[in-house]
Ligand binder design. Structure first.
Ligand code: F6P
Length: 342
């Protein structure tokens, strides 16, 4: 068999581990070959590709980013894009395409499968918001980075008796904020799923400081939203694909806390630091398991599916299920996070 692979959407630690795993399993397990398309779907549409073998993947396991490059270009957004993909995959005799991506890339993969193309998906995103899989690789790495940052902020916050606002990624779901807030001992955590009242946030900060010389850490997901009738945020700018460019809500929250409480406040926006660099051991293992499973799914002709983690096992689920909705925070976890609010 001859397998195509692409990585689409925002990058994430562990993408190279998936590429390596697919190549290894296809070549050594199934006696096949692999071609990597550059910059996501763009590489398929424009036939920009590179042959991959085990030798070419040496050293990839711990490397962050994706050696194939990535983009948000999708065949449905390009005139003749779907036909071009069909023609290129046919001309290259590609048995099936392994599509490694988040919400946007996997939705497109599902549509392309509906168009008759043989596709197997692999979920990736630091946001951990893909349905049908317990976790996505990249998430654990992002949580480690955010937690380490919070730990460091605690000591400087305590020295100055300050309020530290830490903004983490999380566009539609607060998984990173909830986990890092819990692991880092946040005074309060703000997530997209639960609109916040800034006055209540200030009250928690006051309560924490009233108990002694206690600094506080406010963790906020970039996609957090103020409750109706409280503060208003400006409309975000859109990127060239129509996606809102988030990031910066932490500045507003810090300014509000500063003016409403009189405590000295500072803000740290972690941004893309959470997406860069080497994946944790957990993410390397998860990415590797998903890559091996995706290669096996191609060999079994199990198209229109996505490799997923379910209760410790790797299983194939319908792509349709994975893109049917976004996985938001689980109520039980959120309740546990709230137990530790001041
Ligand atoms: O989808 C993952 C994510 O990290 C989001 O949390 C964030 O809003 C987005 O990517 C930013 O992506 P970029 O700056 O690459 O457009």
């Amino acid at each position: 068999m001859h397998v195509g692979i692409l990585t689409g959407g925002g990058d994430c630690p562990g993408l190279n581990a998936v590429i390596r795993a697919v190549v290894r399993r296809v070549e050594r397990g199934h006696g096949g070959t692999v071609v990597g398309f550059r910059d996501g779907w763009r590489g398929v549409i424009e036939d920009d590709a590179v042959d991959l073998d085990v030798e070419a993947c040496r050293g990839l396991l711990p490397r962050g980013g994706t050696v194939l490059g990535t983009s948000r270009i999708q065949p449905f957004g390009v005139e003749g894009g779907v036909e071009a993909c069909r023609a290129i995959l046919g001309a290259r005799s590609v048995t099936a395409l392994v599509v490694v991506g988040g919400e946007g890339t996997l939705s497109c993969a599902r549509q392309m499968h509906d168009e008759g193309l043989p596709i197997v998906g692999v979920p990736k995103t630091i946001d951990n918001d893909i349905a049908g899989t317990d976790l996505t690789f990249g998430f654990a790495t992002a949580v480690e980075i955010a937690t380490e940052a919070i730990d460091r902020l605690h000591t400087t916050a305590e020295s100055h008796d300050r309020v530290m606002v830490v903004e983490v990624m999380g566009r539609h779901a607060g998984h990173i904020a909830a986990w890092a807030g819990l692991a880092g001992g946040a005074t309060v955590t703000l997530v997209p799923e639960e609109p916040f009242d800034i006055e209540e946030v200030c009250e928690r900060v006051r309560r924490r400081h009233d108990r002694g010389r206690y600094a506080s850490i406010v963790v906020v997901a970039e996609g957090a939203v103020p409750a109706a009738g409280t503060i208003e945020l400006p409309e975000p700018e859109l990127d060239r694909f129509g996606h809102a460019r988030l990031g910066g809500i932490g500045n507003r929250i810090a300014a509000e806390i500063g003016s409403r409480t009189d405590f000295e406040t500072r803000v740290t926006i972690l941004g893309h630091v959470q997406r860069g660099g080497t994946p944790t051991a957990f993410d390397r293992v998860l990415a590797t398991r998903l890559g091996v499973a995706a290669a096996d799914a191609v060999a079994a002709g199990d198209f229109g599916t996505m490799s997923a983690l379910r209760g410790g096992d790797i299983v194939q689920i319908p792509l349709e299920e994975a893109v049917s909705h976004l996985k938001t925070l689980d109520d039980d976890l959120w309740e546990t996070v709230r137990v530790f609010f001041a």
